[in-house]
Design a protein around this ligand. Structure first.
Ligand code: HDD
Length: 700
């Protein structure tokens, strides 16, 4: 049994197997011991023959300590290696009892403990957070009838249709095996070679080139279960379902140039954001939405509901919101919880079932297999983060690190030792698979109903605002410009011709590719008369306030107390946060002599780390900062990234030094002449960006 450490500076304490308490060295401080419980006299010096002599083999304490250290690493996840997790709960707000008998969906108001791990896919464990990539959104729900994992992404579709292609896809996306680069990037030949040879990837690649792949933080992204699953009601009837997580704070992404710079300025940008939000009590929250439909709908829908490269527009099947997921507690220990958490798509509970989506069926093998490799054996479910919180009972035994071996004589069933009647146990509430009819010849064949690879890519495109379309086009140009093989670039453009002729031409133009490649051979023509789905746009689903966002305020010694306070109050009032950026982090005072602590020094807190910025230097401070290159970058970047910039009079010379001449001042560069302007400025920042500016600052 573990007890909380006396203080975070001390090693954890464990009561003895027999519950014995600790020896103390006086006061409350426990004596340090070996793993065997032997008190340690000196943890700083090895046992040596004489003060300057050789170290002795018999030093069991040294050997145990180093041996354990040598074994600290476990294999990182083969994909989604970099991740960050938090605890929370799911609360039911609308009973689903009408269509599902899963215990978690029965009682409105009831809370179910949850653990969520967000991740990037391609990068190694130590890679940066704001790379262009899909984000994993894996949710473990510790229900009263067992653990249910919804192992989803922030994109509702996938690159491939059949799990057998997954190793190829992942190999192509990750570093090339001969050179081991690039790290956490899709902008390389192998990735584009593979996807351009796999037309089924076209839809998801559109999403990956959109700003969905560079979220502002985990808190502002959607999650999707991707596959069609089944809900089973108390009578055993099935309803198809797709799961959605909708962020309460709305959707938000960063821009690509910002992403590149954040990776340098703060590679932990997304982790830090989640940590800061949760530890400051701003608990991130999502609503669980379900799209429910039946066989009649599935038959009439122009795409196969079992094809994971297709979505069902919300405008076609509306989302019913049935609960909320709140993350309110960081882990005590990253390794024990976030690293060791083992999500498995096959972890479902009574009332939920799979469908014949061939990607899902393959995943159901892969996750269990990978956890066994990663966590060293079949008993990874004994690790507290993976163990159910409801009672569990079975006769599985032994294996590495077995913690739950059966007590007594019976370890098989049927037996007459633990069962009065002697027969095998049965439970009316036990998991029962939906008895779907199955027929057909055994064969390796992709269903013809999976053959339309372009229509939904086009649907995605026509659902974007012009700003988002520009970002998508630019992302293709950026990525394909990093591809060294011209034929791969051309092949990719040949697919885009089915998605949108303007997009294909724009990308070809950006690559200097001429003539325009012929359209790729399409197995199916693009469906006519597609209706845009506004739900697929980020900008149409953004926030309408600065809540949950961060304002960076540049201050210098003697900063005006009233203006600073007014800004801070305005941001705090709507649940945002403020960081101060200054020439030095310490030794600052405001105009009334109050000491101030800045969170960043000017060269460590570039504007890319903030959603909006304000410049409040004193005249003297501005005179010094105008010569500071990082100050100029701060302003020039904020402007180029279409952010709102508030400034006092003294900051005029800083704006000028950054090249922001009066004719370039637009409605996003806002004078803060008095405290009265603070509220208005923060309200304006709620729009997050002045997109109209973006077109003016990019000329190629
Ligand atoms: Fe996967 C991890 C999501 C297809 C095989 N996957 C993993 C994680 C997420 C997803 C979020 C990280 C879980 C965590 O935080 O620990 N994967 C998806 C989604 C997919 C998908 C949404 C398509 C709809 N995955 C997929 C396929 C396969 C895998 C087709 C194999 C056939 N995925 C794995 C894995 C991983 C994994 C190798 C690596 C680490 C792990 O499982 O725990 O088993």
């Amino acid at each position: 049994m573990s007890k909380a450490p006396h203080s975070s500076a001390l090693p954890p304490t464990h009561t003895g197997n027999g519950g014995e308490t600790h020896q103390t060295a006086g006061g409350d401080v426990p004596v340090m011991t070996t793993q065997q419980g032997v008190p340690v006299a000196d943890d700083q010096n090895t046992l040596r023959a004489g003060a300057t002599g050789p170290a002795l083999m018999e030093d069991f304490h040294f050997r145990e300590k180093i041996f354990h250290f040598d074994h600290e690493r476990i294999p990182e996840r083969v994909v989604h290696a970099r991740g960050y997790g938090a605890h929370g709960y799911f609360e039911l707000t609308d009973s689903l009892a009408d269509v599902c008998h899963a215990d978690i969906f029965q009682r409105v108001g009831e809370r179910t403990p949850a653990f969520v791990r967000f991740s990037t896919v391609a990068g190694n464990k130590g890679s940066a957070d704001t790379v262009r990539d899909v984000r994993g959104f894996a949710v473990k729900l510790y229900t009263k009838q067992g653990n249910w994992d919804i192992v989803g992404n922030n994109i509702p579709v996938f690159f491939i249709q059949d799990a057998i292609k997954f190793p190829d896809f992942v190999h192509a996306a990750k570093q090339a095996p001969d050179r081991d680069f690039p790290q956490a990037q899709t902008a390389h030949d192998n990735f584009w070679d593979f996807v351009s040879l796999s037309p089924e990837a076209t839809h998801m690649v559109m999403w990956a080139m959109s700003d969905r792949a560079i979220p502002r933080s985990f808190r502002f992204m959607e999650g999707f279960g991707v596959h069609t699953f089944r809900l089973i009601d108390a009578q055993g009837r099935s309803t198809y379902v797709k799961f959605h997580w909708k962020p309460k704070l709305g959707l938000q992404s960063i821009v690509w140039n910002e992403a590149l710079k954040i990776n340098g300025a703060d590679p932990d940008f997304h982790r830090r954001d989640l940590w800061q939000a949760i530890t400051s009590g701003h608990y991130p929250e999502w609503e669980l939405g379900v799209q429910l439909f039946d066989d009649a709908f599935a038959d009439s829908f122009p795409f196969d509901i079992l094809d994971p490269t297709k979505l069902i527009p919300e405008e076609v099947v509306p989302i019913r919101r049935v609960g909320r997921l709140v993350l309110d507690r960081m882990v005590d220990n990253f390794f024990a919880e976030t690293e060791q958490v083992a999500f498995c798509t096959q972890n479902i509970v009574p009332g939920i079932d799979f469908t014949n989506d061939p990607l899902l069926q393959g995943r159901n093998f892969s996750y269990l297999d990978t956890q066994t490799k990663r966590l060293g054996g079949p008993n990874f479910t004994h690790i507290p983060i993976n163990a159910p919180k409801c009672p569990f009972h079975n006769f599985q035994q032994d294996g590495h690190m077995a913690m739950h071996n059966p007590k007594g004589r019976a370890n098989y069933e049927p037996n007459s030792w633990s069962q009065p009647a002697g027969g095998p146990r049965e439970s009316a509430d036990g998991y029962r698979s939906f008895p779907a009819e199955v027929s057909g010849a055994k064969q390796r064949q992709r269903s013809d109903s999976f053959a339309d690879h372009y229509s939904q890519a086009r649907l995605f495109w026509i659902s974007q605002t012009p700003v988002e379309q520009t970002h998508i086009r630019d992302a293709y140009i950026f990525e394909l410009s990093k591809v060294e093989t011209p034929a791969i670039r051309a092949r990719m453009v040949s697919h885009l011709r089915h998605v949108d002729e303007g997009l294909a031409k724009g990308v070809a133009h950006g690559l200097g590719l001429s003539p325009l490649p012929e359209p790729a051979k399409a197995a199916r023509p693009v469906v006519e008369g597609l209706k845009p789905s506004p739900a697929l746009s980020i900008l149409r689903n953004g926030p309408d306030s600065f809540t949950g966002r961060k304002l960076g305020i540049v201050v210098t010694d003697g900063v005006d107390h009233h203006m600073l306070t007014a800004l801070r109050d305005a941001v705090a009032a709507i649940g945002g946060t403020v960081e101060l950026i200054a020439p030095t982090v310490g030794g600052l005072k405001d105009s009334t002599g109050n000491p101030l602590v800045a969170q960043q020094r000017i060269n460590g807190g570039p504007s890319v780390l903030y959603d909006a910025v304000a410049l409040l230097p004193t005249v003297e401070g501005a005179n010094t900062l105008r010569h500071e290159a990082t100050m100029r970058d701060f302003i020039a970047d904020a402007y180029a990234h279409a952010k709102f910039i508030g400034h006092n009079d003294a900051a005029e010379i800083l704006l000028a030094a950054a090249g922001l001449h009066p004719r370039m001042r637009d409605e996003g560069v806002i004078a803060l002449e008095g405290t009265i302007d603070a509220d208005r400025f923060v309200q304006t920042c709620g729009a997050l960006r002045l997109w109209a500016r973006e077109g003016r600052v990019h000329t190629i």
